[in-house]
Design a binder for this molecule. Structure first.
Ligand SMILES: [Zn+2]
Length: 115
């Protein structure tokens, strides 16, 4: 199952979920909640557990989309720095979701074009 490749890059799926469900700077959400929705959407490796997506959450903290406000074992509580806007990347032809204060760079790891 390690050769599973998602239709939409996981980094973009996670941003879309935050945009749709948690796009409010006062709302706290966890990596577990996002991971549950990811699994329901059926476009991630079915063998994954929440630990397997940790790097994606580190990435959205490093990029300035979210901040890690608390952590308890594998659960990470997050908050947005700014609300998220939906944009479209013409280079990879994906809808993308960027925080208002993030660099205007496509978050698709195989694209990284300027928006
Ligand atoms: Zn792109």
């Amino acid at each position: 199952m390690s050769d599973f490749s998602p239709v939409t890059p996981v980094a973009l799926q996670i941003r879309k979920i935050i945009f749709e469900k948690f796009n409010d700077v006062d709302t706290k959400f966890t990596n577990d909640e996002i991971f549950e929705i990811l699994k329901e959407n059926n476009d991630v490796n079915p063998t994954w557990i929440v630990d397997d997506v940790e790097s994606f959450f580190n990435e959205i903290c490093d990029s300035g989309l979210t901040r890690n406000i608390a952590q308890n074992f594998t659960t990470i509580w997050l908050k947005l720095f700014d609300s998220i806007e939906k944009l479209h990347c013409n280079s990879c032809n994906n809808d993308i979701y960027l925080g208002k204060s993030e660099d205007r760079i496509c978050p698709n790891p195989s694209c990284n074009s300027s928006i």
